[in-house]
Design a protein around this ligand. Sequence first.
Ligand code: C2E
Ligand code: MG
Ligand code: MG
Ligand code: MG
Length: 291
Amino acid sequence: TRKRDGKNGMLVFDNSMLDTARERHEIEQYIEAGLKEDWFEAYLQPIVSLGDGRIAGFEALMRLNHPEKGILAPGKIIGIAEETGTIGRIGDRVLEKAISHLARISKLEGTEATYLAVNFSPLQFELTLPHKLAALLLKHHIAPSRIVVEITEAVLMLDNPDVHAVLKQLSEFGCRIALDDFGTGYSSLSYLNRFPVNIVKVDQSFTRSLSTGTNDVRRKSRMLIKGIRTISHQMGCSVVAEGIETTEQWEFLRKLGVDYGQGFLFSKPMPIDNMLTMLEMNSEAKSNTIA
Ligand code: C2E
Ligand code: MG
Ligand code: MG
Ligand code: MG
């Protein structure tokens, strides 16, 4: 954004704009360096069955691990990567890492059936995606049925024939499709009808509103979640709640019939080595449950 000065219409930038431009430029450089130096990582967060606390799967969450600056979260990266066109290369890198992580996890006892959920940006929905994914799965000996493709309505709103074709192919290939951040933005219920969606992920703002605000707000939040759950189940979709931070929220969501959940209560997203250690400790304790 540019600001027009009162005097003779000259364009001037205030310091905060300069900071934004500088930060943007820095991040563009981190992205390029990250691709070259292999700084992109796929952190994993467990997705838990709310009935019994068992781990059903893992969501891969992108991180840029800068050796000096530390960890950069996707919020800082994705928008810029989409604008500059690097998102495709980043996505490929993160996808391959995530699949190789699932292959390592699969070698542990009792984790053979766990799934991997991967987030995709609208720009990654190219006609080459199913083939690319198939090749990676073959290489790492992972069945397509263990992959969940997470998309937001931004993908579906494109209403692009290629997107339709890719979703259909992924679905026929055996992958499941999850609709992420459901209930925010323009989320149209008709998406559940028009696209091969298998999983609805209720946005974390709903989880938060279960335990904040007035009694009336909480009561209405419970009604909303119950409604989404009912429609989703009737459409043949399972339901995942995001952002579970307290046992109270877990209990509410379980009673509301939500199938799965993820959140800091169970585990923060973590690097593969930490995840393997945690899973090994669980299996020594003879339980695949968490928390
Ligand atoms: P998302 O897919 O909805 O992921 C959930 C976000 O909530 C993650 O943020 C996760 O770290 C955070 N989260 C999980 N549990 C809790 C909790 O209990 N409390 C709170 N406050 N937050 C929790 P993150 O990792 O910063 O990712 C943000 C978004 O960036 C993701 O939202 C997803 O839309 C996008 N994203 C992440 N990884 C990728 C990727 O590899 N490719 C693409 N295209 N997008 C990605
Ligand atoms: Mg997601
Ligand atoms: Mg989400
Ligand atoms: Mg989100």
